[in-house]
Design a protein around this ligand. Structure first.
Ligand code: 5GP
Length: 216
């Protein structure tokens, strides 16, 4: 198969959405199904929620460690979200991309803007929208992971987050999780086949043409 012969540059798949639109579930299912896709684990100053595991969901650090990492240039991007700091560590992402692996980012619009400036050609951005305000509110309350005032704060923030939808390459309205996963999988499959991501394609086609000419 062509995929095996021609080397490919890894791509950066960003998923953004307001909290409660289903992004975390979509990410989890994608990671289960896509062998060549790894999650970029962010660093945050937010406290762990029940069930969250250090090094799997996030790397949890205090404010001064975070500031120190910013000063050292350890982040590919970083931003303040809901009063906490979040950042994408540079090293692991670069290693995964160099090995031809694709990297999934669950980051907000501020981080996506920064990645677009620093790595436009590697970036594929997808914004997930909830099907309605009622559904968004229902999902945020059903999670029951955050205190009520945090849920209210997230609802209030959702509109301003959603206003950034037009900065993204693709938009998926998440009415049904399985259908949304299929859509993001299709985006990933098509983006992997983009001509400029397939390094070595020119040499492959030149050889193909030369061999074809010699046949007759
Ligand atoms: P949560 O606290 O619910 O896990 O995440 C809150 C928001 O922060 C989500 O929109 C999530 O996408 C975003 N976020 C998580 N990690 C990062 C990161 O490393 N950088 C940026 N810019 N946003 C992040």
């Amino acid at each position: 198969m062509q995929e095996g012969i021609i080397k490919r540059r890894g791509l950066m798949l960003v998923l953004s959405s307001p909290s409660g639109a289903g992004k975390t579930t979509i990410s989890r299912k994608l990671l289960e199904r896509e062998e060549n896709l790894r999650l970029s684990i962010s660093t945050t100053t937010r406290a762990p929620r029940p069930g969250e595991v250090e090094g799997i969901d996030y790397r949890f650090v205090d404010d001064s460690s975070f500031r120190c990492m910013v000063e050292k240039g350890a982040f590919l991007e970083h931003a303040q979200v809901f009063g906490n700091s979040y950042g994408t560590p540079r090293g692991p992402v670069q290693r995964m991309l160099e090995q031809g692996g694709d990297v999934l980012f669950d980051i907000d619009w501020q981080g996506t803007q920064q990645l677009r400036e620093s790595a436009r050609e590697d970036l594929v951005s997808v914004f997930i929208l909830p099907p309605s305000t009622e559904e968004l509110s229902r999902r945020l309350h059903a999670r029951a992971l955050d205190p009520e005032h945090v849920v209210r704060q997230r609802m209030a923030k959702a509109a301003s987050e959603m206003s950034h939808w037009a900065e993204y390459d693709y938009i998926v309205v998440n009415e049904d999780i399985e259908e949304s996963v299929r859509r993001v999988t299709s985006i990933l499959a098509a983006e992997r086949l983009r001509r400029d991501r397939q390094i070595g394609l020119r040499a492959f086609v030149e050889k193909l043409c030369a061999e074809t000419e010699q046949r007759d």
